[in-house]
Design a protein around this ligand. Structure first.
Ligand SMILES: CC(C)(COP(=O)(O)OP(=O)(O)OC[C@H]1O[C@@H](n2cnc3c(N)ncnc32)[C@H](O)[C@@H]1OP(=O)(O)O)[C@@H](O)C(=O)NCCC(=O)NCCS
Length: 313
């Protein structure tokens, strides 16, 4: 086991150039900017170019993460790709990424079918690998959903877009940033509320099925997904932030990243917050001055005196 913090060594992201607005969608399906914005808050999404594939997006994000970490790809000990829209059906997308990046012959595998949770699950797995073996793990979350979705199904198509995000996870050294807590879970009873069935052993590809567009038949029970997402995310946030040490660290990090927490005047709140060195990302350490822990209203500081309170960020 590594005796030291495990955290983010670098971050990167890539979005394709093409921007699709809600008004653009209104030309394809019976929808409107007002309907989409009111229910989802989405205004635009990105769409990959015809000659871009999942690996192209993943490579661009991964290279930026490596650059951010100031690391050579040969230093990477493991690669995890979280995606529901793989480069090909078999093998995983991660081996293609490994080859394109020029990484060593390290374990490279996908977390497939985890949807929105995939990237966070990937970080959690990476953290445990780093914790047990000191590995530096590249995690990429990538989707090219516009290639697989049904562009005539207004209930799903307006929600999706294409992009990739990447992180390098590993030991950050004494005083470095660290993952404080992960909360994860699976409710298999809800497995049918969002999915794409065609192509699996239950419903193998057929010519007739393809003609009917089954391969793009993403089924989503939107209201159920919404209900599950909102309640589970809130519960997970609360649970994570209640874990030992998390409350104070999250609070201090939160203040660290918010200019409004600063104050030039002496404050009663300065004693309400621990003043030991902050667990911060390399980004915040590099770019921000040492914070002063006080909200302008003093409200935050008052609450912070009660460590048993529930915090969700
Ligand atoms: C998708 C979502 C925005 C739909 O909102 P909703 O209020 O539940 O809408 P419903 O699905 O009940 O549909 C209500 C009506 O709007 C219509 N509608 C659906 N999509 C529409 C669109 N893009 N534009 C206009 N009308 C639309 C439906 O056809 C339905 O019409 P009807 O009453 O005549 O049958 C909402 O359920 C949601 O956010 N779900 C979570 C989705 C999610 O996070 N998925 C994971 C993504 S990976």
């Amino acid at each position: 086991m590594i005796d030291g913090p495990i955290g983010l060594l670098g971050l990167g992201a890539y979005v394709p150039d093409r921007v699709m607005t809600n008004d653009d969608w209104a030309e394809y399906v019976d929808t409107s900017d007002e309907w989409i914005t009111t229910r989802t808050g989405i205004k635009t999404r990105r769409v990959a170019a015809d000659d871009e594939t999942t690996v192209d997006l993943a490579v661009a994000a991964a290279e930026r993460a490596l650059e951010d970490a100031a690391m050579a790809v040969t230093e990477i000990d493991e690669i995890i790709v979280a995606t529901d829209t793989p480069e090909v059906y078999i093998p995983d997308t991660a081996p293609f990424l490994q080859q394109r990046l020029g990484a060593r012959e390290v374990p490279s595998f996908d977390l497939a079918g985890s949807g929105c949770a995939g990237f966070v699950l990937g970080l959690d797995v990476a953290r445990s690998r780093a914790l047990s073996g000191g590995k530096k793990v590249l995690v990429v979350g990538v989707e090219l959903l516009t290639r697989l979705m049904d562009w005539s199904d207004r209930a799903t198509c307006v929600l999706f877009g294409d992009a990739a995000g990447a992180a390098v996870v590993g030991p950050t050294g004494k005083g470095g940033g660290e993952f404080l807590s992960f909360t994860a879970g699976t409710d298999g009873a809800q497995a049918e509320i969002l999915g794409l069935e065609a192509g699996g052993t239950r419903r193998p590809f057929t010519f007739e099925g393809a003609e009917r567009g089954e391969h793009k038949d993403i089924v989503m029970k939107g209201r159920e997904v919404f209900k599950e997402a909102v309640t589970r995310m809130a519960a997970a946030s609360t649970r994570s932030s209640r874990r030992p040490a998390s409350v104070w660290k999250i609070l201090r990090w939160w203040c660290h990243t918010r200019p409004t927490c600063g104050s030039s005047s002496p404050s009663r709140s300065s004693s309400a917050f621990p003043t030991t060195s902050l667990p911060s990302t390399s980004r915040t350490t590099a770019t921000q001055a040492r914070p002063r822990y006080r909200s302008p209203s003093g409200k935050l500081a008052k609450r912070a005196k009660s460590p048993g309170a529930t915090w969700s960020f």
